[in-house]
Design a binder for this molecule. Structure first.
Ligand SMILES: C[S@@+](CC[C@H](N)C(=O)[O-])C[C@H]1O[C@@H](n2cnc3c(N)ncnc32)[C@H](O)[C@@H]1O
Length: 282
């Protein structure tokens, strides 16, 4: 009985929302960004953890606008979670996991901290999921103009966003930031910065001090079986394993593969910083 009543309601709601999305996406292309933004603001309030497809179809095109703008300014971006090839977003399953997690815990997240801003795609995703009403602190080397362009783009979409971009080597900037901002804590942490040398381990160790008690951490490119050029030394995977073995982090669930344009998968893992601290080796 319940199912008979619910099914048509869900279908009708789906049709209404997707027409809404299509209408405003079309309006965006004809009338400009402001209309799009207003539409999104309204629509995002209707979204639920299972509304990924609607959200994805609304915002995917905007991620491409950001990529094109980066390209037009000559930024040589590294791989990112909104990588797009042959008409497809390659990491859709990863986007879905991030979307689901954040939508589920949105009410408990006040600040997101990220190492690896690159062109701003992941940070834009965080901003969208909170309708711009979120604190975001990001760390990146900011080679070429990528951070300037990414930051400007996010601010255009969300003029009131509380976004701090900390430029420089994260192995140095994170400890300095923490020292200068001892009360800043992050409920969601994404580490996707340097993949070589001591950087991944150092990032994991340094971010422990920024983690709120109720935190989630997600780390990208953990695959230790990959032969892709940027993962073949397995440094990120080993750093993650070190953090788990030493009980700095408790992994949440299985790690998930994500695809890139390379024949190997990258793998991302969710976890939580535990309360015990591990000091950085000098
Ligand atoms: C894979 S990209 C991040 C992609 C981004 N999370 C996204 O999905 O949109 C890695 C970024 O880490 C940055 N990076 C590499 N080594 C770094 C370091 N030592 N300190 C700070 N940032 C670093 C690079 O500049 C690059 O922008």
């Amino acid at each position: 009985m319940q199912i008979r009543v619910l099914k048509p309601t869900i279908i009708t709601a789906g049709i209404v929302i997707s027409s809404y999305v299509t209408l405003f996406r079309n309006t965006y292309y004809s009338n400009g960004k402001d209309t799009f933004q207003k539409a999104t603001m309204t629509t995002v309030g209707l979204l639920k953890p299972n509304s990924f497809e609607i959200w994805f179809s609304l915002w995917g095109p905007q991620m491409l606008v950001l990529s094109n703008r980066q390209r037009a300014h000559g930024s040589k971006l590294e791989g990112h979670i909104w990588n797009h090839r042959n008409g497809k977003f390659l990491r859709k399953s990863q986007l879905l996991s991030y979307y689901r997690h954040i939508m589920k815990y949105r009410h408990t997240i006040g600040r997101i901290c990220e190492i690896g801003f690159n062109g701003g795609h992941s940070a834009l995703m965080w901003a969208i999921l909170f309708n711009g009403n979120i604190d975001i602190v990001v760390f990146d080397l900011c080679i070429d103009k990528r951070c300037d362009i990414g930051e400007e783009f996010i601010r255009e979409m969300f003029p009131n966003i509380r976004l701090k971009v900390v430029r420089g080597d994260s192995t140095k900037t994170v400890p300095i930031y923490r020292h200068n901002n001892p009360s800043v804590k992050c409920e969601f942490i994404s580490i996707d910065g340097g993949h070589l040398g001591e950087v991944p381990k150092s990032d994991l160790l340094n971010m422990q001090y920024l983690a709120a008690d109720n935190n989630t951490i997600v780390m990208d490119d953990i695959n230790i079986k990959s032969n892709s050029p940027y993962l073949k030394f397995k440094i990120v995977g080993k750093a993650w394993k070190y953090a788990i073995t030493n009980k700095l982090i408790k992994q949440i669930g299985e790690c998930n593969p994500c695809k890139t344009y390379l024949p190997t998968a990258c793998t991302f893992c969710f976890g939580k910083y535990l309360t015990n601290k591990i000091l950085l080796e000098e």
